[in-house]
Every structure is written in C-alpha cells, then in structure tokens.
Design a protein around this ligand. Structure first.
Ligand code: ATP
Ligand code: MG
Ligand code: MG
Length: 348
C-alpha cells in the first residue's frame, strides 16, 4: 500500500500507525529519538534531527502524505518540502505552537479564552497581574505539555519572588471552572466535519488522568457552542484530519483553553468506544477517504491513563471483561510519563 509519513515518534504516532495498518497503509516515522515506540509498529523509521533538511526531504519523497503526532515540529523545514502533501497544513502547527498566537487567533474567531497578556520581563508580569488580576497562571508560550512550564501565581507578591525563565511567557487569568471537556473533530479534504462525543476530562497535577463519555448534562449543554468555535477554527485553517480543542466549562459558558492540531489523549476512548476511532478517522481524512461514523459504541466509556511507575496488576485489570488495556511499550517509567491507558465500556 501507500506510505503515510508521521512526524513524531510517541504513542500517538504508534496508535495512528496501528489504525493505518488496518487500512492497508504502511507508515514511515520521522523522529529525533532513537527509541521510537511508533517506529516499533511501523515499516520505516528515519531517526534524525527536525532540522536535517536532507533526511526530511528523503523521508517526504517516500510518503504519499505526511502528518504529525507532535505539534512542536519546527515549521520552517516543512515549508521547504515543495510538493509534499502535508495534512493538516503547517499553518495549523504554527498557530498552535505559541499560546499567544493560539489565543489571539481563537479570539479573532469569536472564541473566549481566559484574559491573557504576553510577558517578557518582570515589569510585563507586574502589568499583566495589575490588568488581569490574581490568581493566574504564568506559562511558557512554547513547548509546554502535561502542565510543564507553568507557574501558579496566587498574589502579586508571589510574582516578585519568581526567577523568570528567559523565554517568551504568557500570563492568563485563573478560570473558575466546574469541569473540563474537549471537542475532537475530524475534517475531511472536502470540508466535511464529524464530531466525536465530548469527553469530560479530569487532570491531576496538570496531566490528563480520566476521560468520561458522555459528559455530564451541564457540560453537554456547552458542547454546541464549543463545537461551533472548533468548526470555525478548522475551516479558517483549511484543516484536514483530527483537531482537538480543550475547554473549561464555567457558569458563563465554555472558555477556550488550548488546541492540539492532532489526535488527542482525551480521544483514546474512541478506539473501542466509538464507531470509528480518532486514529482511523485521521488516517481516512489525510488519505482523502470518506470519514467513518463517530457515534458511541457503548452507553458510556471511561478512559484512565496509566502514568509513571506505579505498579499495575495487568492480569487483574484484564480479568475484568469490560476493560481494554493499552500499553505503549515505553522502557523506563519516569514520574509523570504516560505508559498506557485502560478503556472501560459500559452497556447497561
Ligand atoms: P497538555 O498536556 O493538555 O497540552 P499543557 O501543558 O498545554 O497540557 P494546559 O492545558 O495549559 O497545559 O493546562 C493544564 C491544566 O492546568 C488544564 O487542563 C487545567 O486543569 C489547568 N489550567 C491551565 N490553565 C488554567 C487556567 N487559566 N485556569 C485554571 N486552570 C488552568
Ligand atoms: Mg497543551
Ligand atoms: Mg491542555
């Protein structure tokens, strides 16, 4: 079959590759890490630096289409690839890689993020706190994930003691949410959009811990407005593939948190819990195939992340027939590392 190129070598790439194999495609992984768990289940692997233009060009020449499982791939080398088909377009990466760009872009489309201000100095931070108030969260504009690169600021005095990193930052007001949820959509080459059910997400220490579908009725009530915004984002970017937007559910309606131009951890439940998984629909979209149904395949679904080195009793998990176990094949279990997940379907 044809070859799909995937930029990034982690568990999201691994699960895309598994879905692609089922549809008869082979995958070629391009990633800087030598021990790629996506490459383990793929036909080809280029281990190279993101900026290695020659390696990237050889990789692209092998692929009918190139996609991403990691949103922080440097964009400039991608734009030099000439006639390679890139789905989604690198402009989606460019927008999502910088929290300031992302929030400005979404605000221009009518979305409502928390109040925010760029911070490049201690004086900027003082001004941002004066304008927005405290508590708030100071975040690095780029490269943050799983809550890394974030500082909670409870009072203006807190900020005085901070040793600011020499990186572009953003200060945002603390959102008093009653729940978090995500919108995951898939947009085809023809502009057709399908939405998965929105999962209600619980984070622990900045890391996704639990996704539940369906979400509570209070959260469900906010999903239509959130979907409308997500569709505007997808259309504005000419997006092809799976796109995720994270929201805070507040008494005043959905507040946009951030977007991910890719399949998402809060959509892992779709592998068993939806008619078509986010991974299969992403493959279908980027390959120009019709999209599969996104409806629920059970009454309720729950996805729990397996994080860090806590010991798990795999036979005990598997002895419950409602559980599906996914292990990513990662070697060392560092604290906070996503090692796998368990999906549980309920039918009654
Ligand atoms: P991800 O792994 O989802 O990319 P990230 O490092 O980009 O995470 P965020 O999504 O910005 O981090 O924040 C992680 C979590 O921290 C959020 O899901 C939420 O629980 C909390 N959080 C972040 N920003 C705010 C805010 N402005 N107000 C309240 N809580 C927040
Ligand atoms: Mg993020
Ligand atoms: Mg997030």
């Amino acid at each position: 079959g044809e070859t799909i190129g995937i930029l990034g070598g982690g568990q999201l790439g691994r699960m895309i590759a598994v879905a692609a194999a089922q549809l008869g495609y082979r995958c070629h992984i391009f990633a800087p890490e030598a021990d790629s768990i996506a490459a383990e289940v793929s036909a080809a692997f280029t281990c190279a630096d993101w900026h290695d233009a020659e390696a990237l060009a050889r990789f692209a020449a092998d692929c009918a289409v190139v996609t991403y499982e990691f949103e922080n791939v440097p964009v400039a080398p991608l734009l030099q690839l000439g006639d390679t088909v890139l789905h989604p377009h690198p402009r989606a990466l460019e927008t999502a890689q910088d929290r300031l760009n992302e929030k400005t872009f979404v605000t221009d489309l009518g979305g409502a993020p928390a109040p925010f201000a760029p911070v490049d100095s201690a004086a900027d931070l003082d001004a941002a706190i004066a304008a927005i108030g405290a508590p708030g969260i100071l975040k690095t504009r780029r490269d943050g994930y799983d809550g890394k690169g974030q500082w909670r600021i409870m009072t203006a005095e807190d900020a005085r003691g901070l040793d600011l990193p020499a990186k572009p930052l953003i200060y945002e007001g603390f959102v008093n949410f009653f729940a978090e949820f995500s919108v995951i959509l898939c947009r085809g080459e023809d502009g057709d959009i399908r939405y998965f059910d929105s999962a209600q997400n619980i984070h622990e220490g900045g890391i996704l811990s639990l996704s539940t579908v369906p979400a509570s009725a209070e959260v469900e009530a906010q999903v239509p407005a959130a979907r409308e915004l997500a569709a505007r984002v997808a259309d504005a970017l000419g997006y092809v593939g799976v796109l995720t937007l994270e929201f805070f559910a507040t008494r005043d309606g959905p507040v946009f948190n951030e977007m991910a131009p890719r399949v998402h951890n809060s959509g892992h439940w779709t592998i068993e819990g939806a008619v078509t998984s986010q991974f299969e629909n992403h493959v279908r979209a980027i390959c120009g195939l019709p999209l599969g149904g996104t409806g629920l395949a059970a009454r309720a679904v729950e996805m729990r992340n397996l994080i860090g080195d806590e010991a798990h009793d795999w036979p005990a998990i598997l002895s419950d027939p409602a559980n599906h176990l996914h292990l990513y094949g990662k070697a060392a279990a560092r604290p906070g590392r996503k090692m796998g997940h368990v999906t549980r379907l309920t039918f009654d």
